[in-house]
Design a protein around this ligand. Structure first.
Ligand code: THU
Length: 160
């Protein structure tokens, strides 16, 4: 029996103000999207903003449904829209902000597993890292220099 150890290194910023200016702008777009989320059931708003290599910014927010599983997370709303509208563009950076309407969300909220898998598809397809920044409603922001860092042992199409 052998063991493998999987590790990753993430950067932690103390707040939006500490981010590079382009990321501050991207995070502000995510916050605006978050505040427009349709989340009447969970009361948990999430916004995502993508910077593409054609300089376009594509946003998404979570869209819920009375039939709960029919809803979609902010991140997938955004990446699928980007894939539909700009099929040849690469996703360079993603900013994510989440805010509960029941409590103060003061810690960084990472994308869920399903969204990580969805973003991984694009990272692999475009052969270029997707840089990810995520936060709550306030406080620290975490940066991952690629999606793969957030999803070790990801499932990819090489086995299909
Ligand atoms: N949600 C997202 O939009 N992104 C995530 O990565 C995690 C969860 C949404 C889905 C649902 O509308 C609400 O947050 C509560 O789970």
């Amino acid at each position: 029996m052998n063991e493998i150890t999987i590790g990753t290194t993430l950067q932690v910023y103390n707040g939006i103000d500490e981010l590079p200016l382009d990321i501050q702008n991207l995070m502000n777009a995510a916050v605006e999207a978050r505040d427009n989320a349709y989340a009447p059931y969970s009361k948990f708003n999430v916004g995502a903003a993508l910077l593409l290599d054609n300089d376009e910014v594509v946003i998404g927010s979570n869209q819920e449904n009375a039939s709960y599983p029919s809803g979609l997370c902010a991140e997938r709303t955004a990446v699928y829209y980007a894939g539909a509208k700009y099929p040849n563009a690469k996703i360079l950076k993603i900013a994510i902000s989440a805010s509960s309407r029941n409590q103060v969300t003061d810690k960084p909220i990472p994308p869920c597993g399903a969204c990580r898998q969805a973003i991984a598809e694009y990272e692999i397809k475009q052969k270029q890292h997707v840089e990810i920044y995520f936060m709550g409603a306030k406080g620290k922001v975490i940066r991952s220099e690629s999606l793969a860092n957030l999803l070790p042992l990801l499932f990819d199409n090489s086995v299909l």
